[in-house]
Design a protein around this ligand. Structure first.
Ligand code: HEM
Length: 107
C-alpha cells in the first residue's frame, strides 16, 4: 500500500547513512539493499561482511519479513558480532513500514 511505502521511505532515512537502494545504489558502509527480501544473507557482491553475517549465510538464512523484523528490532541481538552499528527500530509500525518500503525495491 502506497501510504505504508511512503512512511517506510521516511523511516529508511535512518538507514541512508550506510545503505542505498534504487537503480544507482552502491555499497557504502553497508551493502546495497535492493532485492533484500527473499535474498540469502551476505551475498551482495563487492561487500566485505563480518564473520557473523557470513555465518548466517552458511546457515542458509534467507531474509524474510519475519527475520528482517527481528534483525531490525535489535541487530546486535539477532546477529551477535555483526558490524552493523545501529541500535534498532523500537516501533513495530516503523519496522512494518520499512519492510514494505524494502519490498517495493525487491522483485
Ligand atoms: C547489514 C538493513 C541501518 C551498516 C545489513 C543487512 C540488512 C540491513 C538487511 C544485511 C544485508 C545482507 O545480508 O546482505 C538495514 C536497515 C537499516 C540499517 C533497514 C535501517 C533501519 C544501518 C546503519 C548502518 C548499517 C545506520 C551504519 C551505521 C550495515 C553494515 C552491514 C549491514 C556494516 C554489514 C553487517 C555485517 O557484515 O556484519 N543492514 N541497516 N546499517 N548494515 Fe544495515
Amino acid at each position: 500500500d502506497e501510504a505504508l511505502i511512503k512512511k517506510g521511505a521516511k523511516v529508511f532515512k535512518k538507514c541512508r547513512a550506510c545503505h542505498q537502494v534504487g537503480e544507482k545504489a552502491k555499497n557504502k558502509v553497508g551493502p546495497i539493499l535492493n532485492d533484500i527480501i527473499g535474498q540469502q544473507a551476505a551475498v551482495v557482491s563487492g561487500f566485505k561482511y563480518s564473520k557473523a553475517l557470513k555465518q548466517l549465510n552458511g546457515d542458509g538464512l534467507v531474509w524474510s519479513d519475519e527475520n528482517l523484523d527481528a534483525f531490525l528490532t535489535k541487530p546486535k541481538k539477532f546477529v551477535k558480532g555483526t558490524k552493523m552499528s545501529f541500535a534498532g527500530l523500537k516501533k513495530e509500525k516503523d519496522r512494518v513500514a520499512l519492510i514494505e518500503f524494502l519490498k517495493s525495491h525487491s522483485q
